[in-house]
Design a protein around this ligand. Structure first.
Ligand code: TRP
Length: 329
């Protein structure tokens, strides 16, 4: 392995990725893969903490997630792409870390308290759900990364990971686990179709893999500057929900004209949406082509190679841990 610094991150396979994921998380990963040794993995065991009653759904989402990653530009030659459940060492480390993690740390975790009150339709009074951050700590510490790129919602888990690392190191008088820093992903740059955060559960998303014909009516129905009631009223791109899309997807050279057309009411929202439709199509078409080229066989190949590399790394870490704990029988 090279001298580059190492980072790791993961995603639960809960469905197809949308544009919010792309501009929030994946675009960041694409940059990182050029600078770091990256491990990116599908956290399928984590999906089970809430989806335990219906595991087949999780299985169905795994290949699609890999295809979305590859289509977006993750390069299996530059990063290790793997599947958590195929590297069994994660479960073994999870067991060891669960021995030393105080229950109070987990019960106090804000994501635990929040999700338990929000996802009331599921029974989340389970040991596995409480232990979510311990499994996450195992995923992370296994690869001794210097940092973990995550969204702000995951910061409590990263803090717990550092606390667990510290406790392990202290108990066993070792430096085995470095404490990983957080590489915070910026705030979402792209709102959903209705101006709220883009989220599958709000039904305000555009999926990366969605056919162009299905996206067009969604754009037509998007909310714009709500103070602009008539085409002759001047609008304000700074409060319009469409403009962030232009900023990310439309050729930068066109942006001044778009701004001006809106502010001077020399064109209407329908015209503005037409331009966005063209930009969206130009943006997504190469993605769709790469996704179509990424067959199920290719997904298998990528995962087999990635799982092998991850396993190699993980088995070294587990050897060290077994030796340290006198469990090297
Ligand atoms: N909890 C993360 C999420 O929901 C997914 C995840 C699992 C993860 N293990 C991880 C992220 C390890 C970073 C590192 O987004």
């Amino acid at each position: 392995m090279s001298e580059k610094k190492r980072i790791l991150s993961g995603m639960r396979p809960t469905g197809p990725l949308h544009l919010g994921h792309y501009f929030g998380v994946i675009a960041n990963w694409l940059k990182l893969q050029e600078e770091y040794d990256c491990f990116f993995f599908v956290a399928d065991w984590h999906a089970l903490t809430t989806e335990y009653a219906d595991p087949t759904r999780t299985k169905g989402f795994v290949p699609g997630l890999i295809k979305d990653w590859i289509a977006a530009g993750l390069d299996p030659d530059k990063c290790v792409i793997f599947q958590q459940s195929m590297v069994k060492e994660h479960a073994e480390l999870f067991l060891h870390l669960s021995m030393i993690t105080p229950v109070g740390w987990l019960e106090r975790c804000p994501t635990y308290k929040e999700q338990k009150t929000q996802l009331v339709q599921k029974d989340l009074n389970t040991f596995g759900f409480l232990g979510y951050p311990v499994l996450m700590a195992s995923d992370i510490l296994m690869y001794k990364p210097c940092a973990v790129p995550v969204g702000i919602d995951q910061l409590p888990h990263l803090e717990l990971t550092r606390e667990i690392a510290r406790r392990f190191n202290h108990l066993h008088d070792t430096q085995l686990f470095p404490e990983p820093a957080d590489l915070l992903t910026e705030d979402p740059k792209l709102p959903g179709l209705d101006g709220r955060k883009m989220s599958k559960s709000y039904g305000n998303s555009i999926m990366l893999s969605e056919p162009i014909e299905d996206i067009m009516p969604k754009i037509r129905g998007m909310k714009t500057d709500e103070n602009r009631l008539r085409k002759t009223d001047p609008g304000d791109p700074d409060i319009c929900n469409l403009y962030p899309y232009h900023k990310l997807m439309t050729d930068a050279a066109k942006l001044p004209d778009i701004q001006q057309g809106c502010r001077e009411a020399s064109w209407g929202c329908v015209d503005c949406k037409k331009v966005l439709m063209e930009s969206m199509e130009a943006f997504l078409t190469p993605f769709h082509e790469r996704r179509a080229a990424c067959t199920d066989e290719r997904v298998q190949e990528i995962l087999e190679a990635g799982n092998r590399k991850a396993h190699e790394f993980a088995s070294k870490t587990m050897d060290e841990i077994r030796t340290l704990l006198n469990f090297d029988f």
